[in-house]
Design a protein around this ligand. Structure first.
Ligand code: ARG
Length: 279
């Protein structure tokens, strides 16, 4: 009897799950039909709203431009170029990294551009453009502990920081299995924690790790090899089903890769982040 009851309960649970799945699917296709014309919608309103997390130099960060606090970076330059091509304004909305994908899902932003890794998991819920940058996973430590923290094992029992909602949390959990993960919403806060010694190390991606090391004399990239994966590459995130917009973005990315503009943007913003830090 007990067995039959159990089977029944499992059965009901499965049906409920299936029902939920059904609802989800309707929601997704609803979005798809709404966003099928996302490109047209953007052109019509004359504006593309870009969700970002401006704590990630040289891709997006705050700088004083003509005395005004401005969100700048290689991602922003790339989007401005795309905006020009589409003939629309680019409006940048800055938020915590772990809020961006929800904002995109809720239609508060048209695209998310924040050095976002196009992971298989995220691809279940969102569409992505072609990749535009391939990073490596790096560790930042204080200069005075670089000799001691020089291998994965040397980080056993240490506190290792990662940005909340980023794939670096997974890097810590999967590759630095005996360390203690400390997640914070903003990269500059993690840098301060590292400087103050409340964390021992911090996982960031190349270009970004290099930029923060260049901006802070007391921080360096550690001599620790981490694994990177194909999933780590950066791409622009779109709502599911925005095929027309996706095609245009892919064309633009390809053109900017071929004519060297993406490299230029990265170089220019790496310099800008340094100048900005030394002011
Ligand atoms: N590439 C990592 C990820 O997608 C980190 C991105 C963090 N970006 C930022 N603007 N803070 O999870």
């Amino acid at each position: 009897m007990k067995k039959i009851l159990n089977t029944l309960i499992v059965g009901v649970a499965l049906i409920t799950l299936a029902a939920c799945g059904g609802t989800n699917e309707t929601a997704t296709s609803g979005t798809a039909s709404k966003t099928g014309n996302q490109l047209e919608a953007i052109k019509e309103k004359g504006e593309i709203v870009v969700g970002t997390s401006a704590d990630f130099a040289p891709f997006e960060f705050h700088a004083m431009i003509d005395g005004k606090d401005t969100v700048v970076g290689a991602d922003i330059d790339m989007m401005n170029e795309i905006g020009k091509e589409l003939g629309v304004n680019v409006k940048v909305t800055d938020m915590d990294f772990d809020a961006i994908l929800a904002a995109l899902e809720q239609g508060q932003v048209d695209v998310a551009v924040a050095g976002i890794s196009a992971t298989e998991e995220r691809k279940q819920s969102f569409d992505f453009s072609e990749n535009y940058f391939v990073p490596e996973q790096k560790i930042l430590v204080k200069k005075d502990s670089v000799a001691e923290l020089n291998s994965v094992d040397s980080l056993d029992g240490k506190k290792v920081g990662a940005q909340k909602g980023s794939i670096q949390e997974t890097v810590v959990k999967d590759q630095l299995t005996d360390s203690q993960l400390v997640s914070l919403p903003k990269v500059p806060n993690l840098i301060v924690e590292l400087q103050q010694g409340s964390i021992d190390a911090l996982v960031l991606e190349s270009a970004v790790a290099d930029s923060y090391a260049a901006q802070n004399d007391d921080i360096v990239v550690a001599d620790v090899e981490l694994e990177s994966s194909d999933d780590d590459a950066y791409a622009i995130v779109l709502p599911k089903g925005s095929t027309e917009l996706q095609e245009v973005l892919n064309e633009q990315i390809k053109a900017m890769q071929e004519n060297g503009q993406l490299d230029e943007f990265l170089q220019k913003n790496t310099d800008l982040a340094n100048e900005n830090a030394s002011k």
